[in-house]
Write a protein that binds this ligand. Structure first.
Ligand code: ADP
Ligand code: MG
Length: 342
């Protein structure tokens, strides 16, 4: 139900999705270093006004550390955080005018939903009328109005996360920091909240740094994706760009690509003898490559097919497909194969 509300609904406001995002200059600039025993983070980045940038990387790659440095919850060993040219580095978190949603920053248990959302507005001394208007607006947008008088412990996990998001957004922060905002939820709730989040970021137009280990989430929410591996950025670009042109094999695999060919496998399929990535559009049903379906995965709207062609296993998805063991002919478009480094 809720997921549906976010999809295909005409959106007021800046209209950031879909369509190209106009970059109005970089508002957030950072260059930060931080070392822990056995770990070193070293990252330079900038983010444009109204842009959502996803920091994407596996567990332990330094995403939360980077976000904490930007929030001021951690001190860097070296470097700076600037917003519109102002150096935030020496400022404590509460003076950075940044909204954040971290996994371990729970709601205030003794306050109601509306009091939680109003919290930052009271702190910032918003006049009563403006405060009430803003709280009402956010509760409505997050479909929390019927829950306004409840306390956090009376809510489901997904509802609590929506309240936390509303609380972070309420004072109109110039920068929003989200650390795995869908993290602890089960699959269904994740999907539901994903579309809430997408619509909210769109309508609020707030500059956002979002941390996630899930490439699908990053692709759906962000204008640009910054891939973090062991404390370093390996690639930054629009979701379509990084997906179509991952820098190396590690990146391709992390982004969810399945057809990663060794030089030998490439050669067996008539490609030059070096590592290649076959993106989904490189493979189609029907053609001169003769194979056998080894695995057929039924996902509902589509099936995933692992097909053995000679010594190579190839994966493709289609609306339907034959049973395991059946022969299947494939077409490979060599022009779509992407050569990979290492
Ligand atoms: P991610 O959010 O990408 O999963 P983190 O930023 O939490 O990664 O952690 C990156 C690395 O830094 C990990 O190896 C983690 O153990 C280490 N680390 C994080 N915080 C601390 C800390 N306060 N003290 C020591 N090591 C830490
Ligand atoms: Mg983390």
């Amino acid at each position: 139900m809720l997921a549906q509300a976010g999809v295909g609904t005409p959106v007021k406001g800046p209209g950031r999705f879909p369509g190209p995002f106009r970059f109005n200059g970089r508002v957030l600039e950072l260059s930060l270093e931080k070392a822990f025993p056995g770990f070193r983070l070293s990252v330079a980045l900038s983010v444009a006004e109204g842009e959502t940038l996803a920091l994407l990387g596996p567990s332990g790659s330094g995403k939360s550390t980077l976000l904490r440095l930007v929030a001021g919850l951690l001190k860097p060993d070296r470097g700076f955080v600037r917003f519109l040219g102002e150096d935030l580095t020496p400022l404590p978190p509460e003076r950075r005018k940044v909204g954040f949603l971290f996994q371990d920053y729970a709601l205030f248990p003794h306050l109601t939903v509306e009091e939680n959302v109003a919290f930052g507005l009271v702190e910032a001394r918003w006049p009563r009328e403006a405060r009430e208007g803003r709280v009402r607006e956010l509760l409505k947008r997050m479909e929390l109005t019927p829950l306004a008088r409840k306390r956090p412990q009376e809510l489901s996990g997904g509802e609590q996360q929506r309240v936390a998001l509303a609380r972070a957004l309420a004072p109109r922060p110039r920068l929003l920091l989200l650390d795995e905002p869908l993290g602890a939820l089960d699959l269904r709730l994740r999907e539901e909240l994903l579309f809430f989040l997408r619509r909210t970021l769109k309508e609020e137009g707030v500059t956002t740094l979002l941390v996630t280990h899930d490439q699908g989430e990053a692709f759906l929410l962000a204008h640009r994706v910054a891939l973090l591996r062991e404390g370093r950025l390996v690639q930054v670009g629009r979701p379509e760009e990084v997906y179509a042109r991952p820098k190396d094999t590690w990146t391709a695999r992390f982004l969810g690509h399945k057809n990663l060919l060794s030089p030998k496998e490439s050669e067996a399929l008539g490609l030059p003898p070096k590592a290649h990535l076959l993106p989904p559009k490189a493979l189609a049903l029907g053609g001169s490559l003769e194979g056998v379906v080894e695995e057929r995965l039924f996902f509902g709207p589509r099936v995933g097919l692992w097909v053995r062609v000679g010594g190579v296993r190839l994966y493709l998805e289609a609306p339907e497909g034959p049973e395991e063991g059946a022969p299947l002919a494939l077409r490979l478009d060599p022009a779509q194969a992407v050569p990979l480094e290492g």
